[in-house]
Structures are given as structure tokens and as C-alpha cells.
Design a protein around this ligand. Structure first.
Ligand SMILES: Cc1cc2nc3c(=O)[nH]c(=O)nc-3n(C[C@H](O)[C@H](O)[C@H](O)COP(=O)(O)OP(=O)(O)OC[C@H]3O[C@@H](n4cnc5c(N)ncnc54)[C@H](O)[C@@H]3O)c2cc1C
Length: 367
């Protein structure tokens, strides 16, 4: 649990806390304009490389260490800042030529990648490819590629005929790659709808073994689930601090709102939920670092923590009142940001179905 951290992790937590308070806080108000300074500060603090492999100059932090940092940044409402460098994602462990053409430049910040998994509802056929000698010809579409418009390449899930699903690196400037639409979402992030029309890709751009694509894609999504959960529990703490201050402040009714029993009951529920979520995330991080399979536990954390932070922010807005919905109020902004977490990296109900399958069909998962 968070309380039994090693002295090294306690130091990491305290250093991250100081960084957030003293350095990042003044930059966070305009994170886009201050991007370079935020990146420089997180590099100097040693956080930037935590998500990167040693072979590329990273420090490959443990899941627990990453959880501590994400939780701490969340407790300052700073999970949206560019504190971590790009991770390898589905390219982790890729051999040549992908390592030197894509993974190395990605880690060095010289190229930007993106992830293409989601297909539109009206797709006649999921993105497919035909392998002919050294060339894979790809056609289809990916409808929700975050950061796609600025990306140099897309790691796309492609169904290769007679082979199976594979992750394929597709340069965004190849002939036949078209941007059909660009759009923003409620949380403030930007996405691209790509179409592929007979795009010729070197077969060497297939990541790993052809046919190994779905597990690789799902592993990448799986890794991000504990990360989402860790950020969510940190954000819950920030909201609880905000609400506590509000409930203790004078109120026009004559007594602070925190003196009212009805308000206290709701407040207690938020604390109970946050305690449960934070406990499960730290337990799961420790299991992951012990080498245990945490696919089902990661799912449980992602569903519970993202749904709980949604409820915590929603109830906080109710307790603070109308001013919390003023455009630009931190709770208004957070309400929009956390809503996306229940769809991105796996919709809650799909994950529930996976969790049930894990136990009923595969005899996996623990309580
Ligand atoms: C901020 C954000 C960033 C994203 N970034 C990316 C990205 O970079 N790359 C990418 O590929 N995608 C990305 N996505 C898309 C995301 O992965 C999908 O939105 C998500 O997987 C759900 O798929 P969908 O939108 O097609 O909805 P659907 O799959 O149509 O699901 C909609 C709802 O239908 C119900 N449902 C669907 N199927 C079932 C079922 N079998 N059984 C029971 N209920 C079901 C569930 O309630 C589900 O929530 C992003 C989404 C968001 C919000």
C-alpha cells in the first residue's frame, strides 16, 4: 500500500511533490506554451526517462515507482503535463530495421508515433493487408488516432490475409495514406481519421511475428490501464482536498457546509471510494513488479478508478455548486478530462466482459 514504500520510493514521492509545487505549478496554467520548460524540468528531475528502455537511455522504472509519480502528480491536478517521455508502446523490443528507423528516433524525440486500433462503426472491412514478397499492401481506415495529424507514423493493427492480425508501422507520408477528418474531443486532445488506399509498406515494418498483432496491441493497451488508474487516484486526492477546503469555509447559510450531516454522508462516500481505488492500484503495481500476470487486475483498476474519479468529480461539482461549472473552473476542466478515461484504452463495459471471460473461461484473475 502507499504507506509501506521503501525509503527510495518515499524520496521519489517527496521529490515529485516538491517539483509539482515549486516548478510545475506556475507552468501548468499554460501547459501548451510552457511545454519545453515542463519537459526540461522533468528531464532534470529524472522523471522524463522513467517510461523509456535502458537501451535508449531510459531508466525503465518499476510499475510501483511510476504509480508513485503518477499518483503524486494527480494529487496536484497535473496528470496532463508532458512529464514522461514517449514510451516504446507496441514497438517495445522490436528488432531491426524498426529499432533504428522508428523506435530510436521516437525515444530521441526526433519522430512522433501514434496508435491505430479503433475502426469506424460503418467500416465494411477492418483494415487489411496483402503480403506479396517484401511488400505489404494495406487498405482500410483507423478512425480515432490520437495525435495522428502530427505523427510521423502510425502503429496500426492490420488483418493480413492468410496470416492474421499484425501490428504494422505505416509512415503518414506514404502514398495512399489520407487524412479524412481531424477532430478534438471533450478532454482537449486531438485525433485523426486516416484512410489507407493500397498503401505499399515494406514487410519489414511488421512488428514482431506476423499474426502476433492482437496480443501485442492488447499488451500495449494493458500497460496503460494501471497508468490511467494511478493518475485517477491522484486526481481523486486533489478533488478531495479541494472539497475539504470548500466544506470548511464559511457558507451563506450561516454554518460551513461541512457541518451538515447530509453533506458529510456524501463526503464520506467519496473518501471511501478513493481509499478503495488507491489501495487496489498500489496492490496491482506490486503484483506486476513481482512478475505476476495482472491482466485482470489491471482491468479491475482501470474500470474502478476511472469510474470512481468520474463520480468523485461529479459529486464535488454538486457540493461546490454552480461556480464549479463556470468555464475555466478547475472542476469544470477536470470533469471533461476524466470523462474520456472511461472510453480511451478500453470502454468500461468491454473491459468488464474481458474480466468475466478471464475468470469463467480462462480461470485467471484474483480478488
Ligand atoms: C480521448 C480518446 C483517445 C483515444 N485514442 C485512441 C487512439 O489513439 N487510437 C485508437 O485506436 N483509438 C483511440 N480511441 C478510441 C477508443 O479506443 C474507443 O473509443 C473505444 O475503444 C471504444 O470503441 P468505440 O468508440 O468504437 O465504441 P464501441 O466499440 O462502439 O462501444 C460503444 C459502447 O457500446 C457498448 N458495447 C460495445 N461492444 C459491446 C459488446 N461486445 N458487449 C457489450 N457492450 C458493448 C459499450 O457500452 C461501449 O462503451 C480514443 C478514444 C478517446 C475517448
Amino acid at each position: 500500500m502507499p504507506e509501506s514504500l521503501s525509503p527510495e520510493l518515499e524520496r521519489l514521492r517527496d521529490d515529485t511533490d516538491a517539483l509539482a509545487r515549486e516548478v510545475l505549478a506556475p507552468l501548468a496554467a499554460d501547459a501548451a506554451a510552457n511545454r519545453a520548460r515542463i519537459v526540461a524540468a522533468s528531464k532534470e528531475a529524472g522523471l522524463f526517462t522513467m517510461t523509456q528502455p535502458r537501451a535508449f537511455g531510459g531508466t525503465e522504472a518499476t510499475t510501483l515507482a511510476l504509480t508513485v509519480v503518477r499518483d503524486t502528480l494527480g494529487s496536484h491536478n497535473m496528470t496532463h503535463l508532458p512529464v514522461f517521455g514517449p514510451g516504446p508502446g507496441v514497438l517495445a523490443g522490436a528488432g531491426e530495421p524498426i529499432a533504428s528507423r522508428y523506435l530510436g528516433p521516437l525515444m530521441a524525440g526526433a519522430k512522433r508515433g501514434s496508435f491505430g486500433f479503433t475502426e469506424p462503426d460503418d467500416a465494411e472491412r477492418a483494415t487489411w493487408g496483402r503480403l506479396d514478397g517484401d511488400t505489404l499492401t494495406v487498405s482500410g481506415q483507423k478512425s480515432y488516432v490520437t495525435g495522428g495529424a502530427d505523427a510521423d507514423f502510425i502503429n496500426a493493427l492490420v488483418e493480413i490475409e492468410d496470416v492474421g492480425p499484425a501490428m504494422v508501422v505505416i509512415d503518414t507520408d506514404r502514398d495512399g495514406v489520407r487524412i479524412r477528418d481531424r477532430f478534438g474531443s471533450l478532454d482537449g486532445t486531438h485525433h485523426t481519421y486516416f484512410e489507407f488506399d493500397d498503401v505499399a509498406v515494406p514487410a519489414a515494418n511488421i512488428v514482431g511475428k506476423p499474426g502476433d498483432g492482437l496480443p501485442r496491441a492488447l499488451r500495449q493497451i494493458g500497460d496503460t490501464r494501471v497508468a490511467f488508474a494511478a493518475e485517477s487516484v491522484g486526481l481523486m486526492r486533489w478533488v478531495l482536498d479541494f472539497v475539504t477546503t470548500h466544506l470548511e469555509a464559511p457558507h451563506r447559510s450561516g454554518a460551513p457546509l461541512g457541518a451538515r450531516e447530509g453533506v458529510r454522508l456524501r463526503y464520506a462516500d467519496l473518501r471511501i471510494q478513493a481509499y478503495a481505488a488507491r489501495s487496489m492500484v498500489y496492490r496491482t503495481a506490486r503484483l506486476a513488479d513481482a512478475g505476476e500476470n495482472v491482466v485482470n487486475e489491471g482491468i479491475a483498476c482501470k474500470v474502478f478508478a476511472t469510474e470512481t474519479v468520474g463520480n468523485v468529480v461529479d459529486t464535488a461539482i454538486q457540493l461546490v455548486g454552480g461556480k464549479a461549472l463556470t468555464i475555466g473552473h478547475p472542476l469544470e476542466q477536470l470533469y471533461r478530462r476524466v470523462r474520456a478515461l472511461r472510453l480511451a484504452e478500453g470502454a468500461s463495459d468491454i473491459l468488464r466482459l474481458n474480466l468475466a471471460r478471464g475468470r469463467l473461461d480462462l480461470k485467471k484473475g484474483r480478488v
